[in-house]
Design a protein around this ligand. Structure first.
Ligand SMILES: [Zn+2]
Ligand SMILES: [Zn+2]
Length: 183
């Protein structure tokens, strides 16, 4: 199974371990991925984000980090995120990013759907024999895209076609970040 389809590696909001759960694991072997919906910063840096199941929740940073570059529609990646359930009617659960961990949060420049899609592709093809991403050719020499170092082409023409016509330019940055944060 791909880790991207495994809810214990990439849980949705309600699948996250709760901060009040004593049996929750202490190692950070899971990662929250959610799409940025709104920047709601008043005092502390705060984002409203949407998880893979369409649930909206607030992500609050205890560090005073800058949210410049955290663009609407892009995806945040939070290692070991925990959900804080709050007592009382109408009080919604949130995710706090503790002091000192703000810098571990990364932004992936693509939609949540695309990130999961490409995550599965990336894992499925890692280490496999090469194949031109544009024409499908499987023999001969290949050149890898210099942006993501993942997608391979049989030649310059296919690279140009892949970048423009087949829209690799939208996927390239997502693949690059996914490879950088490869877990
Ligand atoms: Zn080709
Ligand atoms: Zn690329």
């Amino acid at each position: 199974m791909s880790r991207f389809t495994n809810p214990s590696v990439f849980p949705s909001f309600y699948e996250l371990p709760s901060t009040s759960d004593p049996s929750a694991p202490s190692d950070k072997t899971w990662y929250l991925l959610a799409q940025i919906k709104e920047n709601m910063t008043i005092t502390k840096p705060t984002l409203i984000v949407t998880d893979r199941k369409g649930v909206d929740f607030a992500l609050l940073f205890e560090d005073s980090i800058s949210l410049k570059g955290f663009r609407k529609g892009h995806v945040i990646f939070v290692p070991g995120a925990r959900r804080t359930d709050r007592e009382g009617e109408g009080k919604k659960a949130v995710v706090h990013v503790p002091v000192g961990q703000g810098a571990d949060v990364k932004v992936i420049p693509g939609s949540l759907e695309r990130v999961f899609e490409l995550g599965v592709v990336l894992e499925g093809q890692e280490g496999m024999s090469q194949r031109c991403a544009a024409c499908g050719k499987m023999e001969g020499a290949f050149m890898k895209c210099t942006g993501c170092s993942f997608t391979a082409y049989c030649g310059k023409d296919c690279q140009v076609k892949g970048w423009g016509e087949m829209d690799h330019k939208s996927n390239c940055k997502v693949l690059k970040v996914l490879r950088d944060i490869s877990v």
